[in-house]
Design a protein around this ligand. Structure first.
Ligand code: GLN
Length: 186
């Protein structure tokens, strides 16, 4: 099994480490042609405006709107996978997750923080630490979307729709393997 990590910006190394821990070789994806060689794809964090530009320029956008293999988007990755961004449009969304998100939604004094999360899927559940970096908020969860992770206050921070996972935090930075394992199972 080969899992691609979009590698224009963002945490290729950190996602790669989690994938290697699960016995999978990560592939740095820089061109849409490479999508034919991978079985799943990670869209890492970074700056969603930058991602949006590159996804358009290199012709990823149309392919990823139709791609039926599993996807995992963290932070900026979630933003581009969403249906709609309120306020600060990054310039493109792929509409793969029926959620509305707000970028940089925690304000300046909380630019980066960690929070205890409860995560679960299919009867398996656990606690983990979520690392949030200039994170977006999921402000509306639409039809067809399952919740994978919540904060202790009950806020939704991780979702699944079909074979697409979206997280507002960075599991690769706390070494959490739950979501990458799920990606491999999907
Ligand atoms: N703040 C970034 C954006 O809005 C996302 C930050 C991240 O991916 N860690 O695009």
């Amino acid at each position: 099994m080969r899992v691609g990590v979009l590698s224009f910006q963002g945490d290729f190394e950190e996602h790669g480490e989690v994938l290697r821990e699960l016995g999978v070789e990560p592939v740095a994806v820089k061109l849409p042609e490479q999508l034919q060689q991978v079985d799943a794809l990670v869209l890492p964090g970074g700056e969603s405006t930058h991602f949006a530009r590159i996804l358009k320029r290199y012709g990823f956008a149309d392919v990823l709107r139709r791609w039926d293999k599993p996807l995992l988007g963290t932070c900026a990755g979630l933003i581009v996978l969403s249906r709609e961004v309120v306020d600060d449009d990054p310039g493109l969304t792929l509409g793969r997750l029926n959620v509305k998100v707000r970028r940089n939604a925690y304000g300046r004094q909380k630019d980066s923080f960690e929070a205890i999360l409860r995560v679960g899927f299919n009867g398996e559940s656990k606690e983990t630490t979520g690392v949030f970096i200039r994170a977006p908020r999921i402000v509306e969860v639409g039809e067809g979307v399952e919740v994978l992770a919540r904060t202790e206050e009950g806020e939704v921070v991780g979702v699944l729709q079909g074979r697409v996972i979206g997280l507002t935090f960075h599991p690769e930075l706390s070494g959490e393997t739950f979501f990458h394992r799920l990606l491999l199972r999907l």
